[in-house]
Design a protein around this ligand. Structure first.
Ligand code: HEM
Length: 486
């Protein structure tokens, strides 16, 4: 008798419980959509599996990203199972019901619509309600024009191009004195010191060190569960954000007083640009807008630039024929004195160098996916995307899809020779929120490659180091290199 009970449990109840757990989210959300929303029409969710209760597909995601280290197979496995269909799958990731968009056309559909898809409140809390990230519609357009004039247009690029090179040149010189360096860590230091200079003219020293520390705290909040309770990472991140704002506010107040008293000339950095620009009606940005945007631009530009530069150094070491072509092009521009600066106009005309930069940005895929939240129920090609769900835009897939790029995992700058459909290159996003610093990012990487390729040779210490994909793709050793003068 006892045996029979055990057999019933093992053969009947256990599989039933496992089956229920496996399908729980699918059934639960189907019920919610059909019972609560059926009166409003569409109830068919995109194909896909929503995983276990609470956890959703988190374990599957980690399996591909952390353990197999083949992130592309997370989507590939779904493509094999459900086909490409409408370019969307339902899932449950990062604690919320979600729809993943993975084709250029579906990403485009989302990224073009600034009203139906917004950032979540946690992101906005961290970067600031009056930052580019926090505003929408007309307010966003107005702010973008300010930010773009301050960092991304020819005059700003000229100024920034000259401001960032001395630090790059001195870093390269100092690295030759070391046995080896961890390139990513060193490049982050260079990038942050440059940001300090061209953002707020803050020289290396205690203030910049504090800013760097708080910034690291703030960034960790972007990846944390948004619980604003003491002891939690997100709470700490918000505190760091306030401290960053306080540092920038001090500089801003001091500047304003000095201008009023006639003691200082305008400094011509990002803060000055944001303080002094006017819109068409002659209005300036408020102090809060200046400070929020300093923080959000800092967030956009810091890790991204260091990561892309690191990947360029990695790929060039792996593809010597590409390095040779890059070097030849840059040697023609090299000044007789290695400390002499090149201009942004000169560097942005170097066609092959810019192709190397774009190819690095494509293949490195440092912004693997973007996140939005739907503000209303939406219909897309007969399927419903419910209000309040996460919309995850899988940019990674676009850039390494063999249907879009031939031999996509090969580093081949010449693939940029022809024209490219803009929707097939989404590394900077797409539509009204396309990266506001895309030109300044390209410029900084190109300038670094100019000084590196014309003055130095380098080797990877661990050419076969594995790549970690979370939170960003990076060789496990942070890219250890040895570097010496040519
Ligand atoms: C290669 C390096 C970079 C990459 C791959 C990159 C990527 C991106 C992406 C994908 C977005 C769109 C985010 C979204 O739609 O959710 C974005 C937005 C943004 N980026 Fe970048 N970025 C880079 C460098 C920079 C730099 C250097 C700056 C500034 C100095 C910057 C400032 C911004 C800002 C302010 C936004 C928000 C734009 C808006 O909401 O209108 N980025 N970036």
């Amino acid at each position: 008798m006892e045996m029979a009970i055990w057999l019933t449990v093992v053969m009947g109840v256990v599989p039933l419980v496992l089956w229920l757990l496996w399908w729980w989210n699918n059934v639960w959300y189907w019920l919610v959509i059909t019972t609560i929303r059926s009166s409003k029409g569409g109830t068919m969710l995109p194909p896909g599996h929503m995983g276990l209760p609470i956890l959703g597909e988190t374990l599957t995601f980690l399996w591909y990203f952390k353990f197999l280290r083949r992130p592309e197979d997370y989507i590939n496995s779904k493509r094999q199972k459900y086909g490409d269909g409408i370019g969307m799958y339902k899932t449950h990731l990062f604690g919320r019901p979600s729809v993943i968009a993975f084709l250029p056309s579906t990403n485009k559909f989302v990224l073009r619509d600034n009203e139906s898809f917004k950032y979540g409140w946690a992101m906005v809390e961290l970067v600031g309600k009056t930052s580019l990230t926090g505003v929408h519609g007309k307010a966003h357009l107005r702010l973008r024009s300010f930010v773009s004039r301050s960092i991304n247009q020819p005059n700003a690029l000229r100024r920034i191009g000259l401001a960032v090179q001395p630090r790059m040149i001195s870093a390269l010189q100092s690295w030759t004195k070391c046995h080896d360096i961890t390139f990513y860590d060193e490049m982050k230091k260079v990038t942050f010191e440059n940001i300090g200079m061209y953002f707020a003219s803050i020289e290396p020293g205690p203030t910049l060190d504090r800013l760097n520390k708080y910034f690291a705290g703030m960034i960790s909040g972007l990846r944390a569960y948004p619980l604003n309770i003491p002891g939690f990472t997100f709470h700490h991140a918000l505190q760091c954000r306030r401290k960053i704002e306080a540092i920038f506010r001090e500089v801003l107040d001091e500047r304003r007083n000095n201008y009023i008293n006639g003691e200082d000339q305008p400094i011509n950095d990002l803060m000055d640009g944001l303080m002094n620009l006017k819109d068409e009606e002659g209005n300036h940005l408020s102090d809060t807008e200046v400070l929020d945007n300093m923080t959000s631009i800092l967030l956009g530009g810091y890790e991204s630039t260091a990561l892309v530069t690191m990947w360029a150094v990695y790929y060039l070491a792996k593809y010597p024929e590409v390095l040779q072509k890059l070097r030849d092009e840059n040697m023609a521009l090299k000044k007789s004195n290695s400390e002499q600066l090149v201009t942004s106009d000169e560097i942005l005309k170097l066609e092959y160098t810019i192709k190397v930069v774009d190819e690095t940005i494509r293949l490195a895929n440092i912004a693997g996916f973007l996140l939005r939240i739907t503000t209303k129920d939406l219909e897309y090609k007969g399927y419903t995307i419910p209000k309040g769900w996460n919309m995850i835009l899988w940019l990674r897939n676009v850039h390494i899809d063999p249907k879009i790029f031939d031999d996509p995992l090969c580093f081949n700058p010449d693939r940029w020779n022809g024209s490219m459909l803009p929707e097939n290159f989404q590394a900077f996003g797409y539509g009204p929120r396309i990266c506001a610093g895309n030109m300044v990012a390209r410029l900084q990487v190109a300038l670094f490659l100019h000084h590196l390729s014309t003055g130095y040779k380098w080797k990877l210490v661990n050419p076969d180091a594995k790549v970690k994909y979370l939170p960003h793709p990076k060789p496990e050793d942070g890219l250890k290199i040895t570097i010496e003068k040519l």
